[in-house]
Each structure stands twice: as structure tokens, then as C-alpha cells.
Design a binder for this molecule. Structure first.
Ligand code: DP6
Length: 324
């Protein structure tokens, strides 16, 4: 039997931004995402008594201790649950269409949760896998599921996990505009922590979330691509507004991000239903009809190169795969 597990990345339409508990990774708010086909991570874990410490290989390169930190959190929880003490060798491959720095901790930590529990002989429910993945990286809790998933914030380790919302077999797609980033990175972990602690705009973000979330759920139920886009875009803009109020202030936007936003607005003027969202980096992700992905891509080729534009469709949840 194969011990390789694949998880696809997800993009939040209602963002997770801020933790109520940094150790347990309990979020301040519920979030809602779409899992995508285009990017995924495949991981295998082997517990081995002969190992003196945990080892992580990413795309065949051994990683340092810093990279191992999130991985070790998940491995320790699995060892505790399974009653084992052996160290683990973790092999992980990121499948990203271009070398554009789109590797995602969401797919990585979700695949790890699946592969580590499989290697330890644990048979976990999706809910348990979601909690496990969450402890590695919050957004990974949602990558257990295909289609739309909502991470319900909860108040403890046991009550904070994602659940499937709806499948996504309707006319929705995403198009990534990969833009250059010359700035020093503020990780999502650091960025959200600084924002919660110092931004006077953070409370405003929190206060507006219930409305965004319930409107988004309705739009998804009605398969209304326009409303999904409108709500996702305003939610993302509010999240990014909180960073400008932080101390010290920061932004994930680059000049090219704004160029991409302008291109989206120009497409709307042409009559397309297209909106954007952004995460803790300068790339811009478009939400549009799956059936118009290629048409929209062709328009964007006026401003961006072939390799900057990556189309994505709804993708599956965590699953075992065979690898040679
Ligand atoms: C902006 O899940 O990467 O992408 O829990 O600290 O590992 P940690 O953070 P992470 O944060 C993702 C933030 C976001 C929004 C989202 O995916 O919901």
C-alpha cells in the first residue's frame, strides 16, 4: 500500500486573519475557502527507530530546523496519539506549475497530517485530520476537504476544525496572477500577530465578518459567481487594510499587485464577472467563471506573461496516492 498522501492548496474567500491562541492556533474568526486543483503537495512519512532526530526533505532537499518547526508540532501530536516515540523521515514534494514561490503551507501541513497519521497506523476522521493539520498551520485545516470548506473557529483544540460547506461542481474557477516581490517578507504568522496586537483597524475587521460569512454562504448555495466575487474582494481588501494600521505598518501589495487589480477592474468594464483576492504576499488571485478562464487569460496576456498566469479549478480533498 502506498504511504503517499496528497493535499491540494486552498484559497480563502473569507480570510483567516488573527489568532485567539497562538500555541493552539485558534483563530479569531471563521474562514471559508475553495480547494484548488492546480497546486498540491505529496508527502510520505516513515517512523524509524534508527533516526536520532526528525528529518524533513522538501523537493529532495534536506530542510533546516526552522522549516521543521511546524512539521514537528504535527509529528509530536501524532506520536502522542499513537503512543510511539520513533523519529520520522518526512519526504515532501510541492507541485506548483511554475517556480513562482506559490508553495503553500496549507497543502504542505494538510498532506503531512494525513501522511503522519497513516504511517502511525491511526485511522482519523476528517474532523480529527483537520484539527491536526490546523496545529501545523491554520489554513491547512481547510485543505482536508475538496470544494468549499469552512474553518469553524471553536474555543479549544477539540472544537476548532474545518467542515465541508458545499461541493464546487459549478462554474467557478480561479486565475493566479504571479507578480514579482522584491520586498522583505512578513510571514502570515508574524503579520497577523502584529495586526491583532497593534492595528486600530483590527476590531473593524472582526465586526464585519459575520455579515461577510453569511452572505458568502448564501452566494455559494445559489452558485452566484458575481456575489461570491464581490464578497471575497471586499473581505480581502478589509483584511489588507488592517496591515496599514499596524505598528510598524506593512503591506503585502507591490506595484504589480495594483497593476493586476487594475486589470481586473478593466475586465469588469468589459462585462466579465471577475473579482480578486490576495493573501500574505503580492500575488493576485482572480475569481471568475471556469468557462471564462481561458478568455480572461487571453485578455491578461496584454499585461502579463504566459508564465505569470495560472488557471485553477476546484480540487479534491486529502487522499492517498500511489507513487513509483
Ligand atoms: C492570509 O495558515 O499561513 O492566507 O496559522 O500562522 O500558519 P498560520 O498562518 P497561515 O495563514 C493564512 C492567512 C491567509 C488567509 C487564509 O488563508 O485564510
Amino acid at each position: 500500500m502506498s504511504n503517499w498522501v496528497r493535499a491540494h492548496t486552498n484559497i480563502a474567500l473569507i480570510k483567516y486573519w488573527g489568532k485567539a491562541d497562538e500555541d493552539l492556533i485558534l483563530p479569531m474568526n471563521n474562514s471559508l475557502s475553495l480547494t484548488l486543483d492546480a497546486f498540491y503537495t505529496e508527502t510520505s512519512v516513515t517512523f524509524d527507530d534508527a533516526l536520532r532526530s526528525d528529518e524533513l526533505y522538501l523537493d529532495d532537499r534536506m530542510q533546516d530546523l526552522a522549516a521543521l518547526k511546524k512539521v514537528k508540532t504535527v509529528l509530536d501530536l501524532v506520536r502522542e496519539k499513537a503512543g510511539i516515540t520513533s523519529k520520522a523521515k518526512v519526504m515532501s514534494y510541492n507541485h506548483v506549475p511554475t517556480a513562482a514561490g506559490l508553495a503553500s503551507s496549507a497543502s504542505g501541513l494538510a498532506a503531512l497530517a494525513g501522511a503522519a497519521s497513516l504511517a502511525a497506523g491511526l485511522e482519523l476522521s476528517s474532523e480529527e485530520l483537520s484539527k491536526l493539520a490546523r496545529r501545523g498551520s491554520g489554513s491547512a485545516s481547510r485543505s482536508i476537504y475538496g470544494g468549499f470548506a469552512e474553518w469553524q473557529k471553536g474555543t479549544s483544540h477539540e472544537t476548532s476544525f474545518a467542515v465541508p460547506v458545499d461541493d464546487a461542481d459549478w462554474d467557478i474557477g480561479m486565475l493566479f496572477i504571479v507578480v514579482s516581490d522584491n520586498k522583505k517578507d512578513v510571514s502570515s504568522r508574524e503579520g497577523m500577530s502584529r495586526t491583532v496586537q497593534t492595528s486600530p483597524f483590527y476590531q473593524g475587521w472582526l465586526d464585519s465578518l459575520d455579515d461577510d460569512l453569511s452572505a458568502m454562504k448564501l452566494a455559494i448555495k445559489e452558485q452566484d459567481i458575481h456575489e461570491v466575487g464581490v464578497i471575497a474582494e471586499r473581505n480581502a481588501l478589509k483584511m489588507h487594510a488592517t496591515t496599514l494600521g499596524a505598528d510598524p505598518p506593512f503591506t503585502y501589495w507591490s506595484p504589480d499587485s495594483m497593476k493586476a487589480m487594475e486589470a481586473v477592474r478593466a475586465l469588469r468594464d468589459k462585462g466579465y464577472s471577475v473579482h480578486f483576492t490576495m493573501d500574505a504576499g503580492p500575488n493576485v488571485k482572480l475569481i471568475c467563471r471556469q468557462t471564462q478562464l481561458e478568455e480572461i487569460r487571453t485578455h491578461l496576456l496584454n499585461d502579463f506573461s504566459e508564465s505569470q498566469l495560472i488557471s485553477a479549478r476546484p480540487g479534491p480533498g486529502l487522499h492517498v496516492v500511489s507513487r513509483p
